[in-house]
Design a protein around this ligand. Structure first.
Ligand code: SF4
Ligand code: SF4
Length: 344
């Protein structure tokens, strides 16, 4: 069954970047140390912030993210603490290297999902983007995690470098025994925003000709598949998640954003205070959420205006959807977690 996943209005999602360090240097990496620092948060600080971000009544999904979160030596005990605090689900977004013996130290009772970044169905494609040897290490890590009984999903970030290989992913996932695929799109964020020489973004035409069909095929093979909507036709309603959903993207320097596209700018909604989230004065991302423009997402218009085509009257031919709006194809029609992080 295919459906557009409306923002979950009763759910809260906390995407907690516990560090920004990583052993890889993916071409599309969204991490921006200039904006978010290079520190690894001390364990007790993470526990304090987790306590602040938990909610006594609202279901809250927690996603540990980085950098590479398994580089944090206390990730397994942090997941245990989060479980005790009542987080509804706990996910670790990882590059599949599974550092610090996390697969031995954590259990499927404390980590509900590992979401693993893999950007090709073969080492040639994946390693061009993510680095020499990363495919073999990641696939070996996936196999170990599955043996230990963890739930796994794969995050595939579509770019010019790997869109042609996407068609091979369903077969690979079936062979590995993975039932869940998150397709992301490489945007002008992090490394792609600063590296003007190597732009990996794909056109609307190529996206439309490839991704929805592939997602349908994957779902036909029994794989629960989610992909970003990206473009809306003129009749489809536009909604900004910053206005209607509750997402917190938390960084180790204490910045808290509600919109991932704002993360390259000092536009965060809150700073982490000693005992509370401290709202930031204008101008911040909240001022942008309230603007209504015919192109749809204001941040997209600001940071990648070339993505929008106009007709001869100067009207946009389509709208850019909120980057958090997803299309979901769920073969079993069971509810699942709809959250994955960035281009892991
Ligand atoms: S995308 Fe993820 S795995 Fe790749 S370099 Fe960035 S943080 Fe590391
Ligand atoms: S991506 Fe655009 S529409 Fe979505 S939260 Fe950000 S500003 Fe709003």
């Amino acid at each position: 069954m295919e459906k557009t996943v409306a923002f979950q209005k009763n759910a809260r999602n906390v995407f907690f970047h516990i560090l920004t360090r990583c052993n890889l240097r993916c071409k599309h990496c969204y991490v921006n140390p200039k904006q978010h620092g290079t520190q690894t948060l001390p364990t007790e600080t993470i526990r304090d912030w987790l306590n602040l971000l938990a909610h006594p009544h609202k279901k809250t999904n927690l996603i540990f993210i980085g950098g590479e979160p398994t580089l944090h030596p206390d990730l397994s005990s942090l997941a245990e603490s989060a479980r005790k605090m009542g987080y509804a689900s706990i996910t670790v977004d990882t590059n599949g290297f599974f550092f610090n013996d996390i697969l031995k130290r954590a259990t499927p009772d404390t980590v509900d999902y590992f979401s693993v970044g893999l950007d090709g169905a073969c080492s040639q494609v994946n390693d061009y983007i993510r680095g020499e040897g990363s495919y073999n290490t990641c696939v070996a890590g996936i196999e170990q995690a599955l043996e230990k009984g963890f739930n796994l999903s794969v995050i595939y970030t579509v770019s010019q470098w790997n869109i042609d290989d996407l068609k091979h992913m369903p077969r690979l996932l079936k062979a590995l025994g993975i039932q869940r695929l998150f397709i992301q799109v490489a945007g002008i964020r992090g490394r792609l925003a600063t590296n003007k020489k190597e732009q990996g973004q794909i056109t609307r035409k190529r996206w439309a000709a490839t991704v929805p069909q592939l997602a349908a095929r994957a779902a036909g093979m029994g794989i629960h598949t989610t992909y970003p909507k990206v473009f809306l036709n003129k009749k489809e309603p536009f909604e900004c998640a910053g206005r209607v959903a509750e997402n917190y993207f938390v960084f180790p320097n204490g910045r808290i954003y509600q919109c991932p596209l704002c993360e390259d700018f000092p536009l965060h909604s809150y700073d982490m205070g000693r005992n509370a989230l401290v709202p930031r004065p204008p101008i911040n991302e909240k001022d942008l959420f309230d603007l209504s423009i015919p192109e749809g997402c204001v941040m997209n218009k600001l940071i990648q205006p070339g993505n929008i085509d106009y007709d001869k009257h100067g009207k946009p031919k389509y709208k850019i959807a909120c980057c958090l709006l997803k299309e979901e194809l769920n073969p079993s029609n069971q509810s699942g977690l709809d959250t994955a992080g960035g281009s892991k």
